[in-house]
Design a protein around this ligand. Structure first.
Ligand code: ATP
Ligand code: MG
Length: 254
């Protein structure tokens, strides 16, 4: 029997028959503004406040001050959770600015020939309080970890094999932490068709958030290894209290 970790989105927990499988890596995909960051934050906030879990948010997109401010609009006070040692924000947004920037922490990086190993290392091996981030997170005893978003990073690897290897490196580093992880990436569409991405194959589970042409928002569980789930697309809204998924409603995509 797989232990489940509630997501904090009750409709999704119904679809997942309880939540994410504990200790696994789930991918959250969606276009811009579909609510990926809100989803991740809701997941961590719920775990930290309702379950007393230790949570970590590794940001490759937003700075800490933007994040804290945006999440306050939902009434989620991450600053308070940080003071209680239940939340840690790791700002790795500098990775997006490489190679423009020559230095990341104590590591010298940059140049067009920036190797994959160095880039991945620049996230997981940069020093935070004197320790590599993966060690740091491990030492914290983090139970929930978010990595938002890997797209800016993967964009640097046009070759399929290299992209795949970069994803495997990221997953490996996260796996060693031993937490339940949520990773976000942009969903790529070609016309009306969605392109299946390598990270989708490589993660244990994948969830897709979409905004239809009608403006309606739809969430679907694409896969979740080791557990039976509701795979039908279900409507969702982003409101004052975060994301709400209507697990008992159907979606007609046309
Ligand atoms: N306080 C709020 N109340 C209701 N809806 C909000 C609120 N704040 C943001 N939103 C909605 O959430 C959307 C942004 O969600 P979010 O930042 O999580 O998207 P994202 O998928 O992470 O986007 P990106 O790809 O740009 O990072 C906004 O476009 C807006 O519709
Ligand atoms: Mg975002």
């Amino acid at each position: 029997m797989v232990t489940k970790v509630e997501t904090g989105i009750s409709g999704l927990d119904m679809m997942l028959r309880g939540g994410f499988p504990e200790g696994r890596m789930v991918l959250l995909m969606g276009g811009p503004g579909t609510g990926k960051t809100v989803f991740c934050s809701q997941f961590l906030h719920y775990g930290a406040t309702k379950k007393g879990m230790k949570t970590v948010y590794i940001s490759l997109d937003e700075t800490k001050s933007d994040f804290l401010q945006e999440m306050l609009t939902f009434g989620w006070n991450f600053k308070e959770l940080e003071q209680d040692n239940r939340f840690t924000f790791i700002d790795a947004s500098y990775v997006r600015r490489i190679p423009e920037e020559a230095r990341v922490g104590k590591l010298r990086v940059g140049g067009k020939d920036l190797a994959r190993e160095r880039l991945i290392d620049s996230i997981f091996k940069t020093f935070e309080g004197g320790r590599a981030i993966d060690r740091f997170i491990g030492d914290l005893g983090a139970q929930l970890v978010v990595l938002d978003s890997i797209s800016g990073l993967l964009f640097r690897f046009p070759e399929a094999w290299e992209k795949r290897q970069a994803i495997l490196d990221i997953l490996e580093a996260l796996k060693n932490i031993g937490a339940t992880c949520l990773i976000t990436s942009e969903a790529i569409s070609i016309g009306e068709e969605r392109q299946v991405q390598p990270e989708e194959y490589l993660c244990h589970g994948a969830i897709l958030l979409q905004t239809l042409r009608t403006g309606n928002r739809v969430a679907s569980i694409l896969k979740m290894r080791g557990t039976e789930v509701d795979s039908a697309p279900r409507p969702y809204l982003i409101g004052q209290t975060g994301i709400e998924i209507y697990a008992e409603q159907s979606v007609y995509k046309t």
